[in-house]
Design a protein around this ligand. Sequence first.
Ligand code: ATP
Ligand SMILES: Nc1ccn([C@H]2C[C@H](O)[C@@H](COP(=O)(O)O)O2)c(=O)n1
Length: 233
Amino acid sequence: MRAPVVTIAVDGPSGSGKSSVSRAVATRLGLAYLDTGAMYRAATLWCVRSGVALDDAGAVATAVVAMPLEMGVDPAAPTVCLDGDDVAEAIRTTEVSSVVSQVATNLDVRAELRRRQRAVIEAEATGGFSGGRGVVAEGRDITTVVAPDADARVLLTASEEARLRRRSLEVHGAADADAVEATKDQVLRRDRDDATVSQFLVAADGVATVDSSDLDLDQTVEAVLAVVAHVTA
Ligand SMILES: Nc1ncnc2c1ncn2[C@@H]1O[C@H](COP(=O)(O)OP(=O)(O)OP(=O)(O)O)[C@@H](O)[C@H]1O
Ligand SMILES: Nc1ccn([C@H]2C[C@H](O)[C@@H](COP(=O)(O)O)O2)c(=O)n1
């Protein structure tokens, strides 16, 4: 019997573990993996490289509509290609992280990226990388706006302390007071700005919450797999 098509939506604040956990869940379930945050980051890089001022909302939206972006959705090796260029590393720099919210709070940009994200989700339901098995899509508005009808919806949370520690270890290789302080802009300020256009701090109706504050990565993956088990069994 053919496996059912499954769409799993995961949202959460910065450093909650969405990307790492969603990739692992997609791998375990044989699904595609869509990192929608990478799309906002690529849009930001595209505007910067095109010389578009990020405070010119109209010009930013026009540039993003024309953006030649290809998302690779293999969870073992997700890719982000901009105009044929592999930009996976370039979109993770502090330079991009510190301004991405300016682009992500542009409502016309959100409409364009939402359209592209839904196209990937639909493609994975009929073919694509997963051969029609489905996708794990993660971001800030997947459970509420992009795929509110997803088969399973999860809000992945973690305490502010845990999120700062994780991001600090990742970016600075340390989690002492100075390193944590240097990480606050990328985590807390960014969440404050992003939360003005999306609801990812509190679970919407019907969305299951997984709190990873006291779990390691493997335990969090198992917790999410347990929450989505009813649609993947
Ligand atoms: N449960 C966990 N326990 C410990 N470390 C974790 C856990 N989940 C994720 N991490 C680590 O925390 C860091 C941030 O995780 P990840 O990039 O997946 O978060 P994110 O929610 O996608 O963040 P952002 O939205 O800012 O991109 C990574 O280094 C990851 O390995
Ligand atoms: N569905 C989404 C995904 C991401 N964003 C914004 C929020 C972040 O500042 C930025 C980069 O995301 P990250 O790679 O850190 O997960 O994109 C959003 O608004 N909606």
